[in-house]
Ligand binder design. Structure first.
Ligand code: KET
Length: 469
C-alpha cells in the first residue's frame, strides 16, 4: 500500500492500525504503519473512505489510495496510429514513416493544399460564425458531397433519394452507419474483405454488429481472389451487408476490374444483400474523382439501395478536420427522409452535431468552379507523385535484388499503399534494423516515401524478405 490518507485532522495522532480498503470492488483489510503514511488531508485526494471502529473507542476515517481503475488493463498501441508514435520516438536520421496513410511532399513534409488555404481565406474574409450546425451538418456540404460521389446529374439526387448526413470523417461516418445497422437490421451481419483496413473490425465490434470475412487477397498471385470473393458473398445469408472499398483497397491496393465489379453487383443483387461502400480515397486511386466513384455509381445505376461512407482526409488533406459523410441511397424519397431522420437521432446523443470548419472548406472548394478545377490538379499531382515513387521503388527492387523475384505486383497495386507481402517478422526487421516504420501486415504507405529514399527502402525490403523468415 503506497500511501493512505486520513480525512480528519486529528488523525495525525493515530499511531497504528488496520485500514479497510475497497480494492477492485471488494472489501479487504490492509495492515500499515501510520508513521509511514503520507499525511495528506486534502479531501480532493481522497478516493476511498472508510469509517473504522477503533477498539480504543475512537472513530477514524481512513482513506486508502487505491485506484478504482485497477481492473482496467493497458490497451495495445493502435496498429496504424501507434506506428506514428513509435516513429516519433526514434532518433535515427534514416527513419521513415510509412505507417499511416497520410500524404507527404517529396521533402517528406505534411502538405496543406493550396485550395484549402484559399477556401480558409475566403471564410475569414466573410467572417463566418461558429454557431452550431444542424444535426445533419452543413447543407452546402451535404449537397456537394453527394454530387461529388454520385455525379451532379445523377437521377437519385434529383429524386431526393439520398439521405446524406455529415459525419466525423470516414471513421465517424462508418460508425454512424454501423449504429444504424445495429438498430434497424439487428439480425444482419456485415461481410468484410480479408484483409481490410484494421479499424473496420473495431467499428463493427463496438457497434455490436456481427461480421465475417470474405476472401479478397490471394498471396499466391499477390492479386485478387475473385472466385473466393464471389463464392463467400454467395454463401452469406441473404440480406447481409457487404462492405466494399470504393477504390484503392486498403491495405492491398488491389481493386476489382470494371467487369469484376459488374459480377460483384450481380451476386449482391441476386442475394438481396446491401452494399456498403467505404470511399476514403476518391481521386487518389486514378487521380480522377469520377473514375474513382465508378464502382459506387454502377451499383446506384442498377437501382440498388446502398450505404456509402465518405472521407475528405486524403483527397483534400483534411485529416484533422474530421470531415466526411454517410449517404444512404434509398428506393424512394420518403424512405430517404425517414432514414435521414433516424441517422440524426443516432448522431444527436453521440456527438450532437458535426464540426463546421472542414465542411465549409469542402463546400467552398466544390462550389467554386475555379477552386474545384485547381483541386483536381492538386489531386492529380499528389496521385502522380505516389505513382512515381511506386515506379522508382519497383525499379530499385528489380535492379538490386539478384534473386530473380518478380516485384511487378508493386506496379499493379494502386492508391496510397503497397502491400509488400512481408510477414510480421520481416516487418519487424524493417523497423528494428532499418528504422522503416510500417504496419505489421506488410503494408507500406507510398505517400510517405520520397524518390530519394526509394533506394534505401529497396535495400531494407530485400534484406527483410531474404534474410528473415
Ligand atoms: N476507410 C479506409 C479504408 C481508410 O483507409 C481510412 C483511413 C478511413 C476509412 C478513415 O479515415 P478518416 O480519417 O477517419 O476519414 N486510413 C488511414 C488512417 C487511419 O488508419 O486512421 C490508414 O489506413 O493509414
Amino acid at each position: 500500500m503506497a500511501s493512505a490518507m486520513f480525512s480528519m485532522a486529528s488523525a495525525k495522532s493515530f499511531t497504528s492500525s488496520v485500514a479497510r480498503a475497497n480494492y477492485q470492488g471488494k472489501l479487504c483489510s490492509a495492515n500499515f504503519d501510520v508513521s509511514s503514511i503520507n499525511h495528506t488531508f486534502k479531501k480532493k485526494n481522497v478516493n476511498t473512505l472508510y469509517r473504522a471502529q477503533n477498539s480504543g473507542g475512537v472513530t477514524m476515517t481512513v482513506a486508502v489510495n487505491v485506484s478504482r481503475f485497477e481492473g482496467v488493463t493497458m490497451a495495445p498501441p493502435d496498429p496504424i496510429l501507434g506506428v506514428s508514435e513509435a516513429f516519433k520516438a526514434d532518433t535515427n536520421s534514416m527513419k521513415l514513416n510509412l505507417g499511416v496513410g497520410a500524404y507527404r511532399t517529396e521533402e517528406l513534409q505534411p502538405y496543406v493544399l493550396n485550395v484549402v488555404k484559399k477556401a480558409e481565406n475566403l471564410m475569414l474574409e466573410r467572417g463566418d460564425n461558429k454557431e452550431y450546425l444542424p444535426i445533419e451538418g452543413l447543407a452546402a456540404f451535404n449537397r456537394a458531397t453527394a454530387e461529388l460521389l454520385l455525379g451532379a446529374d445523377n437521377p437519385v439526387i434529383k429524386q431526393e433519394r439520398v439521405a446524406t448526413v455529415q459525419g466525423l470523417s470516414g471513421t465517424g461516418s462508418l460508425r454512424l452507419a454501423a449504429a444504424f445497422i445495429q438498430r434497424y437490421f439487428p439480425d444482419a451481419k456485415v461481410l468484410i474483405s480479408s484483409p481490410t483496413w484494421g479499424n473496420h473490425k473495431n467499428i463493427f465490434n463496438d457497434a455490436r454488429v456481427p461480421w465475417s470475412e470474405y476472401r479478397y487477397y490471394d498471396p499466391k498471385t499477390v492479386g485478387l481472389d475473385f472466385d473466393g470473393m464471389i463464392s463467400d458473398i454467395k454463401a452469406a445469408p441473404n440480406g447481409s451487408f457487404v462492405l466494399l472499398h470504393g477504390c484503392a483497397h486498403n491495405p492491398t491496393g488491389i481493386d476489382p476490374t470494371s467487369e469484376q465489379w459488374e459480377i460483384i453487383a450481380d451476386v449482391i443483387q441476386e442475394k438481396n444483400h446491401i452494399p456498403f461502400f467505404d470511399v476514403a480515397y476518391q481521386g487518389f486511386a486514378s487521380g480522377s474523382l469520377d473514375e474513382d466513384a465508378s464502382s459506387v455509381r454502377l451499383f446506384v445505376s442498377r437501382g440498388m439501395e446502398l450505404f456509402v461512407a465518405q472521407s475528405y482526409s486524403k483527397n483534400l488533406g483534411l485529416y484533422a478536420e474530421r470531415i466526411g459523410a454517410v449517404n444512404v441511397i434509398c428506393s424512394s424519397s420518403d424512405a430517404a427522409a425517414r432514414v435521414k431522420s433516424q441517422l440524426k437521432r443516432l448522431a444527436r446523443p453521440m456527438y450532437s452535431n458535426p464540426p463546421v470548419h472542414g465542411a465549409r472548406i469542402v463546400a467552398n472548394v466544390v462550389g467554386d468552379p475555379a477552386l474545384f478545377s485547381e483541386w483536381k490538379s492538386e489531386m492529380e499531382f499528389m496521385a502522380g507523385r505516389i505513382k512515381s515513387v511506386r515506379k522508382r521503388l519497383f525499379e530499385n527492387l528489380s535492379q538490386k535484388d539478384k534473386s530473380g523475384k518478380d516485384w511487378s505486383f508493386i506496379l499493379k497495386q494502386i492508391g496510397m499503399f503497397s502491400f509488400t507481402g512481408l510477414n510480421k517478422a520481416q516487418s519487424d526487421n524493417m523497423t528494428n534494423k532499418w528504422h522503416v516504420y510500417m504496419t505489421k501486415d506488410g503494408r507500406i504507405s507510398l505517400a510517405g516515401l520520397s524518390l530519394s529514399k526509394c533506394e534505401y527502402l529497396a535495400d531494407a525490403i530485400i534484406d527483410s524478405y531474404h534474410n528473415v523468415n
